[in-house]
Design a protein around this ligand. Structure first.
Ligand SMILES: [Zn+2]
Ligand SMILES: [Zn+2]
Ligand SMILES: [Zn+2]
Ligand SMILES: [Zn+2]
Ligand SMILES: [Zn+2]
Ligand SMILES: [Zn+2]
Ligand SMILES: [Zn+2]
Ligand SMILES: [Zn+2]
Length: 293
């Protein structure tokens, strides 16, 4: 009897509502045929998901909290919102914000960060301290949460010059691993940029011509210019010369075969003999090695 009375009272209450209130109770015009979640109409190609006699776009049939696509058998509806099994259990229990410890209301989108729930704005980007909400498209990374911008910076390739993230204007080369800012790309030794865009690679790093040859031991010991092509070389010292620069210390004539080494100087046959007439000289007779660099 009491039950019947209650439902009768309800019926009377509904009749008593004003016309404006009744108006508000009607769903917005688009949603009568559209998606219950986004209120947008369905396209010809859409295959709406039917759930509890409501229709959803397939992409809209997702958990209100974690956005995971839902399965018809595992979906839950509560206060016109859909939840996955896990988040539904949390909603039923009334979620409390891990930051302010106050309950999160049904009409607020709880932020689920690192497995914990927060009010929108009650959790901040680890980097910039900006409050995050569902629109921040925040991301978790190594146990921390970041706004979209800082997450991007974190995961962007780092400049090999300055170590900071490279967004655009990156310099990369097939010959080299990694990327550089345009302004950071230069010789590893002198840090000069490469005006004609050509550079030398040594040990996976870029160098100007001079510093490449310095590392490569291909600067001429006599004129100090880089050797690219024919080269004369001493065996023991590993000294390298342009062939015309490989000359006798005294007469400066180029040596093409036999030379003598005495006190780390190079002599032609004539001038070592001249020296030997003056004093007791034990010079080392050698044959020049020629090659190419
Ligand atoms: Zn939709
Ligand atoms: Zn969920
Ligand atoms: Zn809170
Ligand atoms: Zn941030
Ligand atoms: Zn840089
Ligand atoms: Zn350099
Ligand atoms: Zn030279
Ligand atoms: Zn000579």
């Amino acid at each position: 009897m009491a039950d019947l009375m209650d439902s009768m009272n309800e019926a009377i209450d509904q009749c008593a509502t004003s016309p404006e209130q009744q108006q508000q109770q009607h769903a917005p015009p688009t949603s009568s045929n559209g998606c219950t979640s986004c209120h947008q109409p369905f396209n010809r190609h859409d295959d709406p998901v039917m759930y509890e006699s409501k229709r959803y776009h397939e992409k809209c049939f997702t958990c209100f909290v974690c956005r995971v696509p839902l399965d018809l058998r595992r979906a839950h509806e509560h206060q016109n919102k859909l939840y996955c099994q896990r988040d539904f259990a949390m909603v039923k229990k009334k979620i409390h914000c891990a930051s302010c410890e106050q309950p999160i209301e049904y009409n607020q989108v709880p932020l689920k960060v690192l497995g914990t729930y927060y009010h929108p704005g009650h959790v901040r980007c680890y980097q910039c301290q900006e409050p995050l909400d569902e629109k921040s498209s925040y991301r978790e990374h190594q146990g921390r949460v970041y706004c979209r911008r800082d997450y991007r910076k974190l995961t962007l390739p780092k400049c090999r010059g300055c170590g900071k993230p490279v967004e655009k204007e990156a310099v990369s080369s097939n010959e080299l691993q990694g990327k550089w800012h345009m302004s950071c790309f230069g010789c590893q030794t002198c840090h000069q940029s490469f005006p004609d865009s050509t550079f030398y690679v040594f040990d996976n790093s870029p160098y100007c011509k001079r510093h490449y040859h310095q590392l490569n031991n291909s600067l001429c010991r006599s004129c100090d210019d880089p050797i690219e092509g024919p080269c004369a070389q001493t065996i023991d010292e590993g000294w390298r010369f342009h062939p015309p620069c490989f000359t006798c210390t005294v007469c400066r004539h180029a040596i093409t075969d036999i030379y003598y080494m005495f006190e780390r100087r190079i002599y032609c046959e004539t001038h070592i003999q001249q020296l030997q007439k003056q004093r007791n000289v034990r010079a080392e007779k050698r044959r020049t090695q020629f090659g190419r660099i």
